[in-house]
Ligand binder design. Structure first.
Ligand code: SF4
Length: 105
């Protein structure tokens, strides 16, 4: 697990700098291979009507867990798990989601 500094958006260790954050989206290229769903640390991925889908309220781009979105890493099909331009979020917002999902009681 990666521990992220919350004091700066220019952390030299994580390289997050001025990156724009967005929740992720699974496109129609999905072949339902089942690789991503068990890898999501936030249980954000589930089967939809026809293909897998991501719950944007639970997706943190894996902030708090991994350096990069793990669903993108395990997906075997290019351009299937992509950033959702309609869900631009700040790094702080993704961090808050991580904290609420895993540390709120
Ligand atoms: Fe889950 Fe991470 Fe993919 Fe978001 S980016 S859906 S948190 S595996």
């Amino acid at each position: 697990m990666v521990n992220y500094c919350r004091q700066s958006n220019d952390c030299p260790r994580t390289g997050y700098g001025n990156k724009r954050y967005m929740a992720l989206l699974i496109t129609r290229h999905c072949i339902n291979c089942d690789m991503c769903e068990p890898e999501c640390p936030n249980q954000a991925i589930s089967m939809g009507d026809a293909i897998y889908q991501i719950d944007a309220e639970r997706c943190t781009e894996c902030v708090g867990h991994y350096d990069t979105p793990t669903c993108q890493q395990v997906c075997p099909i290019d351009n299937t798990v992509v950033t959702d331009p309609d869900r631009i979020e700040s790094r702080d917002r993704l961090w808050e989601k991580f904290v609420v999902l895993h540390h709120a009681s």
